[in-house]
Write a protein that binds this ligand. Structure first.
Ligand code: ZN
Length: 218
């Protein structure tokens, strides 16, 4: 079962900011862990769990530390530095990084959603190091997220930092909040896409989608 959410570029009138809203300040990790652990302990107490049990006793602090790691994209200074290079080759065709794996957390349920992103852009005067594309994805994935917003944020980041001729991002993901609870549809795949610039042209978009479908033989 595939659910397709496509974002209409013409409906978009304002650009989303490249960075998060309020970032977690650095330098107070111990304090943050202690406070989050306290709240987690309160939740566990409400669930009538025995915090003296050796399997539970360290869980509040463990969860707190895990949140700091999983929500790293909310940290101060987490935004990746994107160095660009002049497009000396005059390359004005598609650059695609596909099947980039990611893990994120559903903003509505605080359980994971995970999958793959495919990122394409067509350079104008600047190109970006290929390793930066997964870093940009990671920055936006490591926070409570919506797949739609994640897709848009990655596209917008590249669009605003690189000023390319076009950019398109497709994300395919499985949501544990859909699979483990509620409608319990195991294996359902949600696909989202966001595009800018010349990817609004159907032929450009189709070239990208055709290249995504291509099977690699090595
Ligand atoms: Zn959810």
């Amino acid at each position: 079962m595939t659910e397709i959410v496509s974002l209409n570029p013409e409906a978009k009138t304002e650009r989303t900011p490249a960075s998060g809203d309020n970032s977690i300040p650095s330098g107070d990790d111990a304090g943050i862990v202690e406070r989050v652990a306290g709240h987690m302990a309160a939740i566990m107490t409400e669930l009538k769990l025995d915090l003296e049990d050796p399997n539970f006793s360290e869980t509040p602090a463990r969860v707190a530390k895990m949140y700091l790691e999983m929500f790293h994209g909310l940290r101060e200074g987490a935004e990746p530095k994107v160095t660009t290079f002049p497009n000396d080759e005059g390359y004005h065709h598609m650059v695609i990084e596909r099947e980039i794996p990611f893990y994120s957390m559903c903003a509505h349920h605080f359980v994971p959603f995970y999958g793959h992103a495919h990122i394409a852009y067509i350079p104008r005067s600047e190109v970006v190091g290929l390793s930066k594309l997964p870093r940009i994805l990671e920055f936006y994935a490591k926070r409570p997220q919506l797949q739609e917003r994640l897709t848009e944020q990655v596209a917008e980041f590249l669009w605003s930092k690189l000023d390319p001729l076009g950019v398109m991002v497709v994300i395919e993901a499985r949501h544990l909040c859909v699979e483990m609870r509620g409608v319990k549809k195991a294996g359902a795949l949600t696909t989202t896409s966001a595009l800018r610039g010349c990817f609004a042209d159907r032929l450009v978009r189709e070239e990208f989608l055709a290249l995504l479908r291509r099977q690699t033989t090595w």
